[in-house]
Design a binder for this molecule. Sequence first.
Ligand code: SF4
Length: 480
Amino acid sequence: MARNPVTWMGVPTFPKAAQEALGDSQLRSNLRHATHTIRDKRAAAVGEVPDWERLRRAGEAIKDETLAHLDTYLQKLEAAVTSRGGVVHWARDAAEANAIVLKLARAAGADEVVKVKSMATAEIGLNEALEEGGVTAIETDLAELIVQLGNDRPSHILVPAIHRNRSEVREIFRNQMPEAPADLSSEPKALAEAARRHLRKKFLSAKVAVSGANFAVADTGSIMVVESEGNGRMCLTLPQTLITVMGIEKLVPTSRDLEVFLQLLPRSSTAERMNPYTSMWTGVTPGDGPQEFHLILLDNGRTATLSDPVGRQALRCIRCSACLNVCPVYERTGGQSYGSVYPGPIGAILTPQLVDDPHDKQAASLPFASSLCGACFEVCPVRIDIPEVLTHLRARAVAEKSKMSPEALAMSAMATMFADPRKYALAQRAGAAAAKLAPSGSVSRLPFPGSRWTATRDMPMPATESFRTWWKTNRKDSDE
Ligand code: SF4
């Protein structure tokens, strides 16, 4: 079976990648600064809304209802888009979706396409597939452009270049952007101006644009993209042909449902009361905007995810990135350690489900990339219980392992010990004796098989005196 491109080819498992990232103090400092700033702003923006919890529950209910009847709503969407002059294509996987886009770009005579920031196209590796077919994809979102020019990979859902600071961005622009002035400063205004000059020519010459979709309305066939820079709107209005690649879960039943999500999304993602640009289009309008519109409905593992009663809640995600900004693991390792276009807590549950391959070690390592602190669930605007899905996927990953693995044998020995009070007391005494050998309270290096544990974390030692022993000594006369 071909490897699903949801994960990046050749990347190590999460523990290995994270260990390397933890050694990069510049990365940690860039991430800490960025995530703390945005999480504080989000908390203030959310705090202004008295019925936030009711909005969250409404978002959860709308998404659940849509997912429960996804087949019906998708057919409704197809009929509505077609009746307004659009063309709907169905793609089972990345290869099919990429082939459709390439064919359409060639048919339009384009050797260059401009792109609105889109997770779906990053998920399927569209840029690389187009490149192989002789078509260049130009990212027009500022952060995506930084990643593309830096020959880098994204590390955040909303701010893909969050791991870069301003002076790193200036260097990338100076080296890769012919229009960048030699004395380019690292001020955000100067960097944005350089990008604007670079992109203007592309917007005016592109025949084809490719976008993702934040939402699609089943009963009208309207597609919506929300953004902050206005570059998306240029892509959505100037070219002759517009191709939208959309995960099949992005649906809402009616336009009224957008009322809920247009409150939940901006406050959760950029801490804004409303996002600066909201673009919505329905099919084609003669003489106005793109005259050809193609909608590619992408499955790529979503139907399989939908069949899991616990895991399917991940399909409610509206890609706000709030869960990344509060995650203590993400803050220290950065997004690239997750080896996928979906990093952080949502990546840890969505990527393994979309990949749906128990033998993919990299994807199988992701549900373990969490401390299970629950901060992600608290901020999620559509109430995805990420810790619940994480433990569910962990159980699935463990079930796939051999019953004779060192971990399985250790767990079975522990189960025997916990089931027998005498064995438990004996183990406690042995633990208390061993604890005296490690006065610091933890051990950072053990011989095999313990080294499998200490390779990625310290081994906490038991207390030198167990609670039972303490109780016997200090409370022997108490009848409580
Ligand atoms: S899981 Fe929730 S918090 Fe995380 S990106 Fe998706 S909607 Fe936002």
